[in-house]
Every structure is written in C-alpha cells, then in structure tokens.
Design a protein around this ligand. Structure first.
Ligand code: PLP
Length: 372
C-alpha cells in the first residue's frame, strides 16, 4: 500500500511511539494528583506543552491541550462569542473552512448569531478588500484557516489578523494543516492545532491562546487546563504530541526540502495533462489537488486499491457530495467529481510517488479512452 493521504492523517513517527511507550506500559499516574508519580506525569506534560508552543513559534500566549482540533475550534468560536461584549454577535469566516468551523458557525446561526461566510477567488484565496469590507464593530471573531486541507492554498493570516484587530475583533486561525509545514504568521489570538497531522497520535489537539484572549469554557469540570478546560489529561497523548512537535521543529528544513522534491517529481514531471485546483503560488506543496476534465475520480480511486489517496477531502469522500471547497473556487459538479487529492510528506519516498502517480495517470488515461 502506498499512502498518499497526508492531509487526512499522517503516520506516527517512530520517535513519537518511543516517547509514548513508557506512558502506555508503565506510567499510569493521574497528572493532576500530588503524588510523586503524578508530579512526574505533570512535568512530562509541561515539557510537551513547551514543545508544541515552540513548534507554533509565537510569543505571548499559552497553550491548552484538548481532545482534538475540532474541540479547540468549537471552544475558540463558542467561547469567544460568549465572552464578546458591546453587542458584538457577528463571526466572519470563509466558505472554504473545515467543517469544524463551518458547522459550529451554522449551529451558532440557529442561536441568533450573525455569520458572514466570505467567498474566495478561483485560486481559493481571500481578497483582503473583501475581508475589510466585512469588518466593523459588530464582529466578535474572524476565523480563517492557514493551509486549506483540501486544496493546500495558504491564506494571508497576518494581514487578516491585523484587519480584525483594527475593528476590535479577535482572530482564530485553524493551523491544523500548517503546523510544522509552513510558518504560522504572528497576528492570530487563537490557534487550533492537531497532533495527528504532524506524525503524532490521534485524539489530542490544542488551542494556543494569546494573553488576554481566553475564551469562556466549553467543557466544564475540574478546570485542569488553566481553569478553562476540564478533563484529566492523558500524559501518553500529550507526550506524543510534544515529541511530534519537537521533531517537526528539528526537521523543518529537511521535511520542507523533501516535500519540494516530491512536488517536483509528482507535479511537473508526471502529471502534465492534469489541472491543479487552487493557487499555484500560495500553496503548500505536500498537497496536490488535481483534476482531469471528464474523469470519474470516485471510480479511479476504486480502480487503484493499493494506493491511498482521496477525493476532495476525507470528509467529503464517500458522502457523494462534491466538495464545498471545490465548489467555492468555481468548479461545477462534473469538475469537482473529476478531482483527486494526493498528499505526501516525511515518509513518502520518491519511488512511491513515481509509482503511484504513474498508476493514477495510466488509469485516468484508460478511463478516458486514451492509450496509457
Ligand atoms: N481543521 C483542519 C484544516 C483539518 O484538516 C482537520 C482534520 O481533518 C481539523 C480541523 C480537525 O482536526 P481533528 O482531527 O484533530 O479534530
């Protein structure tokens, strides 16, 4: 099996598995209990917290561990509008956000909040003029992702945060696909991240919170995380997230160069007849979202069973619904249904990319009635 679905999740790094091992097999203490064992677990969690903050790379904030980035995003959005004062009841977001943002906003809309969903251009990028025009003193929060999970385009987060601050709003950045891959610009007040996208374990995310921007709690209880997020932390998962973040920081250049090499191999040399979805310049190169007019992408995925790649996104796959992101960049249903997402990264070899892309390309040609 060749794994080319790095946006859905990433393989656990061996270094991460090794760091987690003692916390799975031997060390079971509650990190919030005052025993020596508990203090040891607590200390390990604090090391992990620093490692994740370091990978985010911004000063002036703290980090709360959560059960997922989905939880971090729900918390950031609901907890910010709940805290908002002076009649601010509007959220400005983007049509191409992840479901964690869009569905939370949909739900808040049913509770009387005002949601503005900005469109993007055919390149998948926001226009800063449009962002500016949507902002005034009614806005409590602006929520924009850094790297899009479906098409890989990179939004101008620093500039958007500055515009949000000009009207006194806070800015949430979903940096799940950006962490460890591209620089997270300074500016956001709240940043959601997830361990399993950076070769860490599933079931843990985090919310970075700029000093003074604490959201109201979403999960009530013991207040273990800074008094504003409750639930016993899992040392095993926190240590795994920390080890993955440390590795991502240490290997940043190496991982970047590797992905650039794979992009050149996959994109320019092999898939000459395919069209790339989204911006060619503002994009993360570990995501190759491409279409071939007339192709039945769903059938193609079924035909190449030993390569794991995806339709528009893991979430849209199987639902039968064309991706909301591809629709937002102006693709009709037939074009969206002819698109595939190929995602690679640290553990993908050049040989795997060549083999898989050749097979995808040949199967597409056969399907179209072209000679392979
Ligand atoms: N945001 C983006 C951009 C994602 O790609 C994902 C995962 O697919 C999430 C949020 C949700 O992350 P988690 O799986 O940690 O809930």
């Amino acid at each position: 099996m060749i794994y080319l679905d790095y946006q859905a999740t990433t393989p656990l790094a061996p270094e991460v598995a090794a760091a987690m091992q003692p916390w799975i097999e031997e060390k079971f203490a509650n990190p919030h209990s005052p025993s020596r064992w508990g203090r040891e677990a607590d200390a390990a969690i604090e090391v992990a917290r620093k490692q994740v903050i370091q990978a985010i790379g911004l000063d002036g904030g703290s980090l709360a561990f959560t059960g997922s980035a989905t939880e971090a995003i729900n918390w950031a959005i609901k907890g910010t509008v709940e805290r908002a004062t002076n009649g601010r009841n509007r959220i400005v977001t983007v049509e191409t956000e992840h479901a964690a943002v869009l569905d939370t906003c949909d739900w808040l809309e049913t509770r009387g909040y005002d949601i503005v969903r900005l469109p993007v251009g055919p390149d998948g990028l926001l226009s800063l003029d449009q962002v500016k025009a949507a902002l005034d003193e009614r806005v409590a929060l602006v929520a924009v992702m850094l790297v899009n999970n479906e098409i890989g385009v990179i939004q101008p987060i620093g500039e958007i945060a500055a515009l949000a601050h000009d009207v006194g709003a806070l800015m949430l950045c979903d940096a799940v696909q950006g962490l460890g891959r591209v620089e997270i610009p300074d500016g956001p007040d709240l940043i959601a991240v997830s361990a399993h996208k950076i070769h860490g374990p599933k079931g843990i995310g985090a919310l970075w919170i700029r000093r003074g921007s604490d959201p109201m709690p979403l999960i009530h209880g013991g207040g273990q995380e800074m008094g504003i997020r409750s639930g016993t932390l899992s040392p095993m998962l926190c240590v795994g997230f920390g080890a993955a973040a440390k590795l991502a920081s240490e290997r940043r250049e190496e991982d970047h160069e590797h992905v650039e090499d794979l992009w050149i191999t996959a994109g320019s040399s092999l898939m000459t007849d395919w069209i790339i979805n989204g911006s060619m310049t503002q994009r993360y190169h570990g995501n190759l979202n491409v279409r071939w007019p007339g192709l039945d992408a769903s059938r193609l995925i079924g035909e190449i069973r030993d390569v794991a790649f995806s339709l528009g996104s893991a979430c849209a796959s199987g639902s039968g619904r064309p991706s909301h992101v591809l629709r937002a960049i102006g693709l009709g249903d037939p074009e969206a249904r002819s698109s595939v997402r190929i995602g690679f990264g640290r553990y993908t070899t050049t040989e795997e990319v060549i083999d898989a892309v050749n097979r995808i390309d040949a199967a597409a040609r056969l399907q179209q009635g072209w000679a392979a």
